[in-house]
Unconditional design. Structure first.
Ligand SMILES: O=C(O)CCC(=O)C(=O)O
Length: 393
């Protein structure tokens, strides 16, 4: 095929005559339009960054073995945390946050009806015609609604096998009027989900602060306004919901749904696809598959919690594998401090033996960072560290 023909196949013009590359329309469009049998070059990772030489179907139960020990990834029972066994559960929570940066949360009190409807409506959003979805396509990272593809669409040298819908969600009354009106029930279903996950996040954060030895009443006594983190989270904490779609991929060993990354905020509550595995977390240098548990949330610690805890708790590096046969859908709810707030290590966790390890940071610094380079692993967090001696910790 001549270069001109290749150009015609991979590019077209929009109404304004601007060139749109086929890949920018997303993976779903690529798969459905092309009926492709091979992964296009733009999605192929260098050999050293490819996920595995085995497909997910071929991986056996031994994939979560570290040393010669089969690892049980941490599970926290929320109803126990809120009951008479709180003290013991707080210890398990602290262990999970310190050593894994991750846990699965069961018995969390959000009904199966609410989570099922959320996954269902997001699935229907992605199933609409491209033109309907594309109404929300923008490269403005501050937009209330953003439909897009890959990880960092305009910057990724290798694209990821993922389409997404991002909805800013707090304060709800401010953002709701901007959310998609199609499917018709999206606003109602996603608003209920946003409110319920926000409340769950607040209860979890309270427990996490308690596990760090930080209690809000003590902070209030100190009368230090900057420290009243729970108050800030309740009143104006940021929340963004992200629905991720990973269409079937003809050569899943060559690409990833999401590259290794840690999340930006304090905590992410993730609803996994219960039928299709894909999420992996890094533990002791090895990638471990997070097996879906029915009606559980996967809770990831983000960079802000690592900074706030002055390094005691770690944000978790995770990635997503894709699948040869099945489409996979997940919904993440990312929570943090208000966008205009500075995040810094809690003064309660700084002392002579454990000096301040991170620079103060804010959302604008993060945006400037991700706009200037391709985000990789925990690079942003490392850029906030005060001494290079911690870079590999
Ligand atoms: O799809 C998943 O399981 C993980 C999604 C994820 O890592 C994210 O939204 O940051």
């Amino acid at each position: 095929m001549s270069p001109a023909m290749v150009m015609m196949k991979s590019e077209e013009s929009d109404e304004r005559g601007e060139i749109i590359h086929q890949f920018q329309k997303g993976v779903k469009q690529l798969v459905e339009n092309g009926g492709i049998h091979m992964v296009p070059q733009r999605y192929i990772l260098p050999a050293s960054e490819r996920p595995t030489t085995r497909t997910i179907e071929e991986q056996d139960d031994d994939s979560n073995v570290v040393g010669n020990q089969k690892l049980e990834l941490p599970i926290i029972d929320f109803s126990e945390l809120m009951g008479p066994n709180r003290f013991q559960v707080l210890q398990s929570l602290a262990h999970a946050c310190e050593h894994y940066g991750f846990f699965q949360l069961v018995n969390h009190g959000i009904s199966e009806e609410v989570t099922r409807r959320m996954k269902d409506v997001m699935g229907r959003f992605f199933n609409q015609e491209y033109e309907e979805r594309a109404k929300h396509m923008t490269s403005d990272m501050k937009a209330a609604v953003r439909y897009g593809t890959s990880f960092s669409q305009n910057k990724d040298s290798v694209l990821c096998w993922r389409d997404f819908l991002k909805l800013l969600s707090h304060p709800l009354s401010h953002y709701l009027p901007h959310w998609p009106q199609s499917p018709m029930d999206l606003r109602e279903v996603a608003a209920t989900y946003a409110e319920e996950t926000k409340n769950l996040f607040l209860s979890l954060m309270e427990a996490i602060l308690e596990s760090l030895g930080i209690k809000e009443e003590e902070e209030e006594e100190n009368n230090d306004n900057n420290n009243k983190i729970m108050k800030k989270l309740e009143e104006s904490g940021s929340q963004m919901m992200v629905a991720n779609l990973y269409p079937p991929c003809p050569e899943p060993d060559l690409t990833l749904g999401m590259p290794p990354h840690s999340d930006y905020g304090l905590l992410t509550l993730l609803l996994q696809d219960e039928e299709v595995e894909g999420l992996q977390i890094q533990f002791q240098g090895k990638w471990l598959t997070v097996k879906p548990i029915s009606n559980a949330f996967v809770v990831n610690l983000g960079d802000h919690l690592e900074i706030y805890s002055n390094g005691k708790y770690k944000s978790v590096l995770h990635r997503v594998l894709v699948n040869a046969k099945k489409s996979r859908l997940s919904v993440a709810s990312l929570h943090s401090l208000p966008f205009d707030c500075t995040v810094k290590p809690s003064p309660k966790l700084i002392n002579e033996a454990n000096p301040k390890r991170y620079k103060d940071t804010d959302f604008h610094t993060f945006l400037a960072y991700v706009s200037s380079q391709e985000p990789k692993g925990k690079d942003f967090l490392h850029s906030r560290k005060l001494t290079s001696s911690f870079i590999n910790s």
